[in-house]
Design a protein around this ligand. Structure first.
Ligand code: C2O
Ligand code: CU
Ligand code: CU
Length: 503
């Protein structure tokens, strides 16, 4: 199902000697892969007021996703992806962002708690040639966050062309715990994406499935056929599913166990020992895996298990087994075991708390409606705890993402969440016919004008209007949204565009 096109192209172009210094020197399957690129840490300068300043230029370029092929792509400060931004809790950050693309875009800080006007959703468009200068103070647990475009109706295209970067937040806990911490050495960012190419090596944007553009070639940190040279006996992988619609079920080829230490919003209370972990688009996981000197193991994606009632699962990639990244251990430095206890996680609400809002996910719609830039779906009092109940009432896969907050999964159909869903989340896979109760707190930031978004993070679904917006209001504030000169999606066809669905 998934071709090895990128891998075979690598065999043709890269001299075999490049990757097989180990042991015999005989060609080993996978030996012609290229070393995993590590996105550079973004340069920043702290000014006299203590503000950490970054600048990003969003531009076009060409990238060698496949060896020897020059693919037109988009990137931040480069031709693809973006530098890894890094800042510490309580630090103030400021950005100068220039749009050098031929079309408007936005920069959204996925997973970040921040003022709505800085959120970079569809209301914060950066015109062609324009600049945008958001600034805020970081106040949330250390975590693997990310940034990506969020233009109204065009997010999938912008992300697919290469726009995604990581935003690492550090805090006292992440600094002091004995966890692998050396960026690019034992603390490895992995942006996992699937892509399809035309014969000439351009990104193929044709023929989306009902879950969006589904690729047959895996690219990690911007290249196909990557391997990682491991130098420590424990390595921490900070994974982002940066795909449009592909869900990964990550495991190692020898089924070895690993420790899941963090999810979207940061460290779990305690590591969870797992053999596989499912990651849907937009979600992040951090895992620590142990290797022995000289070993080679493959990180791969197995068939998706959570598929009850999914119609046409094969067409959505659910049956695919795909190699993602080979890990090659040389001689290894010893590292400390993962601590038994990582972070504290007080429950936001009592179990059984009735939901403030319910959301039904079905066919590009939430509660039967599609996104309208000029419709506010809810107003929420600032500094309130909320319980939202989300149900996938469809036979498509969907997930659910909320801006501004990290949430806790209170229960799934009344049952406590499994360990992988027991930490802070901002994006949650929803399996058909299950109900997920989420608790979240909208602290500190209120704004009567600019809304935050909630949506399915399958990018095609988001673009087709599977999104809504809410204002967070201070006491006495009245909604005062600006009218956007942007179409709603109510006029887009619903019936008939996907024959066979719900038929
Ligand atoms: Cu990662 Cu509203 O998005
Ligand atoms: Cu987001
Ligand atoms: Cu969806």
């Amino acid at each position: 199902m998934v071709s090895r096109r990128g891998f075979l192209a690598g065999l043709a172009v890269v001299p075999l000697a490049a990757g097989c210094a180990a042991r015999s020197g005989a060609p080993v399957p996978g030996s012609a892969t290229r070393p995993l690129p590590i996105p550079p840490l973004a340069a920043s300068a702290v000014d006299a007021d203590g503000v950490r300043r970054f600048s990003l230029d969003i531009r076009q370029g060409t990238s060698e996703l496949l060896p020897g092929k020059h693919t037109p792509t988009w990137g931040y400060n480069g031709s693809i992806l973006g530098p890894t931004l890094r800042a510490t809790r309580h630090e103030s950050v400021a950005f100068t962002i220039r749009n050098s693309l031929p079309e408007p875009t936005t920069v959204h800080w996925h997973g970040m708690h921040l003022p709505a006007r800085c959120d970079g959703g569809p209301h914060q468009t950066i015109a062609v040639g324009g600049t945008w200068e958001p600034a805020w103070t970081i106040d949330q647990q250390g975590a693997t966050l990310w940034y990506h475009p969020h233009p109204h109706g065009a997010t999938e295209k912008h992300v697919y062309r290469g726009l995604s970067g990581l935003f690492l937040v550090d805090d006292e806990t992440t600094d002091t715990l004995a966890l692998p911490k050396e960026y690019g050495v034992d603390n490895i960012p992995l942006v996992i994406q699937d892509r399809r190419f035309t014969a000439s090596g351009a990104l193929d944007e044709s023929d989306p499935t009902d879950v969006g553009l589904l690729g047959d070639t895996i690219v990690v940190n911007g290249i196909a056929g990557a391997h990682l040279d491991v130098r420590t006996d424990r390595v921490r992988l900070r994974v982002l599913n940066g795909s449009s619609g592909r869900i990964y079920n990550l495991a190692f080829d020898d089924h070895r166990a690993f420790q899941l230490i963090a999810t979207d919003g940061g460290l779990l209370a305690a590591p969870a020992t797992l053999r596989n972990i499912q990651v849907s688009p937009g979600e992040r996981v951090e895992m620590v895996v142990e290797l022995r000197a000289g070993e080679r193991i493959m990180l791969r994606s197995l068939a998706i298990e959570q598929r009850r009632d999914i119609d046409r699962a094969a067409a959505f990639g659910f049956d695919d087994t795909i190699d993602i990244l080979q890990l090659r251990a040389g001689s290894l430095e010893q590292s400390a075991p993962v601590p038994d206890s990582l972070a504290t996680m007080p429950a936001l609400v009592a179990p059984g708390t009735a939901p403030d809002y319910t959301f039904e996910l079905k066919w590009f719609m939430i509660n039967g409606r599609r996104m309208d830039m000029n419709r506010i779906d809810m107003t929420i009092p600032v500094d309130s705890n909320q319980v939202w109940s989300v149900r996938n009432n469809d036979n498509w896969p969907h997930n659910f993402h909320v801006h501004d907050v990290q949430f806790q999964v209170v229960d799934i159909d009344g049952h406590a969440p499994p360990p992988a869903l027991a930490g802070w989340k901002d994006t949650l896979y929803t399996e058909p016919q299950f109900t997920y109760r989420l608790a979240m707190r909208f602290a500190q930031h209120s704004d009567p004008t600019y809304p935050y978004m909630f949506h399915c993070h399958l990018l095609l679904h988001e673009d087709h209007g599977m999104m809504g917006q809410f204002l967070v209001l201070a006491p006495g504030q009245q909604p005062a949204p600006t009218r956007m000169d942007m179409p709603g999606m109510a006029s887009m066809p619903t019936e008939g565009t996907h024959p066979g669905h719900h038929g």
